[in-house]
Design a protein around this ligand. Structure first.
Ligand code: NCD
Length: 360
């Protein structure tokens, strides 16, 4: 086992009771934000965004400013030493020596865990490639808790790019921890959920169906989580063009949905939700973005308070000669990284990107 700081790489590294504590704290902040306006005075947050972002980066920055702290960082690696060829390890080592907490977004799966291995302060995953996005999941959980009042006993539809949508992966993993949730996976066959996430559903005995038609699926849903087709994660423009516009939620589809449906979307939206839906009281995505700021305030406070037990960063062991089979894994870009895997026998799980690899 390797431990270091109170990082947040994958929400499932922590028990549900820890998530609940954050949701409760966020609720308290919403009811009296001024009480927390000096809570992080003198503290510095570093935001290292190697990939574009509006909501995640700005909600983290606003969260820290509303707590009385200050921020440093970059949102364009081309203007930092990354452009000179600096590796992830060195950049993180330096910034984590300046800041009290580092928030990182990166285009490669497993990158934030890799960075956390050598960081001198807590590191928060703000999205690592098509892998995970735990703080969006905290945002989604807070929205559902506040708007629906519970996180169990729901039929949740996920629609769009389930293959590349990291917010989908993280939220499904989280919702399997609450009782009696059913999952309806709505996508084209090409953009279906990765096997390792389906394995999480199967292993827990959760009911899930895979369908291609949103029109017929919408009637049973309590929650509909729409996502955009993730153009930047396709291998070619032609592949993207084939999938573009596959699903569009409009008022005619909403007419068949339950009266208390909650429509979520991590945003940004491209064309998958028609603008006309914005005025439907069941459209919760703009409110959801605001909840994101409050849950990030709760997270920053918790991490900086540093009184909780950190999750283990690495639970497996090093396999020097084994390569991860996922070409999009950070271990293929940062050659110095130790090859950590979980499990034993013929199949190993990469500690960075969670993909399965057959032993050579
Ligand atoms: C999401 C992301 O970056 O994964 N956006 C966000 O953080 N709110 C979803 C997306 O980009 O489609």
């Amino acid at each position: 086992m390797i431990y270091n700081n109170l990082n947040l790489i994958d929400l499932n590294d922590y028990p549900v009771s820890w998530w609940e504590k954050l949701l409760t704290l966020a609720h308290e902040i919403i009811s009296d934000p001024s009480k927390y306006s000096k809570a992080c005075e003198g503290k510095i947050m570093g935001t290292l965004f190697y990939e574009p972002s509006t909501r995640t980066q700005m909600s983290f920055q606003t969260a820290m400013l509303r707590l009385g702290g200050t921020i440093i960082g970059f949102d364009n690696p081309a203007t930092s030493s990354v452009a000179k060829g600096e590796n992830l390890k060195d950049t993180t080592k330096i910034v984590s020596g300046y800041a009290d907490v580092v928030v990182m977004r990166h285009p490669t799966a497993g990158s934030v865990k890799a960075a956390a291995l050598t960081a001198d302060c807590p590191v928060i995953n703000a999205g690592d490639g098509g892998h995970l996005h735990p703080t969006q999941t905290l945002t989604d959980l807070l929205t559902l808790k506040e708007e629906k009042g519970h996180l169990d006993n729901m039929t949740i539809g996920f629609c769009g790019d389930l293959k590349n949508g990291r917010t989908v992966h993280s939220l499904i993993k989280a919702m399997t921890c609450y009782k009696n949730n059913k999952f309806v996976l709505i996508s084209t066959p090409e953009l279906c959920l990765p096997t390792y996430i389906k394995d999480v559903l199967s292993a827990g005995g959760h009911t899930f169906t895979e369908v291609t038609d949103l029109d017929s699926a919408i009637t049973d849903l309590d929650v509909l989580y729409m996502t955009r087709i993730q153009r930047e994660r396709f291998s070619s423009a032609e592949e993207y063009e084939k999938q573009k516009g596959s699903y569009i939620l409009d008022c005619s589809k909403m007419a068949h949905a339950k009266g208390d449906l909650v429509v979520l979307h991590p945003l940004p939206r491209v064309d998958e939700i028609a603008i006309e839906v914005d005025d439907d009281p069941r459209a919760m995505y703009f409110k959801q973005a605001k909840y994101g700021m409050y849950i990030r305030m709760a997270l920053i406070l918790t991490v900086l308070k540093n009184s909780d037990k950190p999750a283990a960063l690495i639970t497996g062991s090093e396999h020097i000669h084994q390569q991860c089979s996922n070409p999009k894994c950070i271990t293929h870009q940062e050659a110095y990284l130790p090859h950590y895997f979980r499990g034993e026998g013929t199949t190993l799980e990469c500690e960075y990107c969670d993909e399965r690899t057959l032993v050579k």
